[in-house]
Design a protein around this ligand. Structure first.
Ligand code: SF4
Length: 203
């Protein structure tokens, strides 16, 4: 490993790895400068990326979340547009944007959910492998919206645990992307998926 000569020696001597060890040679010869090996260890932090396994896994999960789209009404049109070149959701590793639970780990529910669709929606969710997350997109998916009546489910969190609610009627694609970014932040921060926190849906 080459020694980085650009690092100020004064700054180098105050670095954590230098403090951690490799000082024994200088105990016998205090005026002696750091040896080549000692300097290499001191610059180790610049040469390597240090992380934990949990952070590496979370990083991989957030950069390869594959959505299973569950579009039911007007909000679905806004959701579909995030794959277009204007919004380009592939930037987040979401090239695979399909309507199948196979290999998907993010369920995006967009639009009002009729009671008739509740069972299929839950079936799709159950077929997804863990860890998995749910975004309720729009007022209807989050709370039934303006459809306060017997045919419409008053919030998809009554049948699946929701991680992120995206407000709006309809939310713009930017709002959905904001929700996705917020979900990524939760995963990176180590927040467990909603099904682990709540166990079951609220309904
Ligand atoms: S929130 Fe508004 S745009 Fe979305 S499904 Fe309901 S009525 Fe349609």
């Amino acid at each position: 490993m080459a020694i980085d000569k650009t690092i100020d020696p004064a700054r180098r001597s105050g670095r954590p790895l230098a403090k951690a060890g490799m000082q024994s040679e200088r105990l016998l010869w205090p005026t002696k400068g750091p040896g080549a090996f000692e300097q290499e260890v001191e610059t180790l932090e610049d040469a390597l990326g240090l992380t934990t396994l949990e952070k590496a896994v979370a990083w991989a999960q957030t950069n390869s979340m594959w959505p299973d789209t569950f579009g039911l009404a007007c909000c679905a049109i806004e959701m579909m547009s995030i794959v277009s070149s204007r919004y380009d959701i592939a930037r987040f590793g979401m090239e695979r944007f399909s309507s199948s639970p196979r290999q998907a780990d993010l369920l995006i529910v967009s639009g009002r959910v009729a009671h008739k669709m509740a069972a299929p929606l839950r079936q799709v969710y159950d077929q997804m492998l863990e860890p998995k997350w749910v975004i309720a997109m729009g007022a209807c998916a989050s709370s039934g919206g303006m459809f306060n009546k017997y045919t419409i489910l008053q919030g998809v969190d009554k049948i699946v645990p929701v991680d992120i609610h995206v407000p709006g009627c309809p939310p713009r694609p930017e709002a959905l992307m904001e929700g996705i970014v917020r979900l990524h932040e939760k995963v990176m921060a180590g927040v467990p998926p909603a099904y682990e926190i709540r166990g079951v849906a609220s309904g």
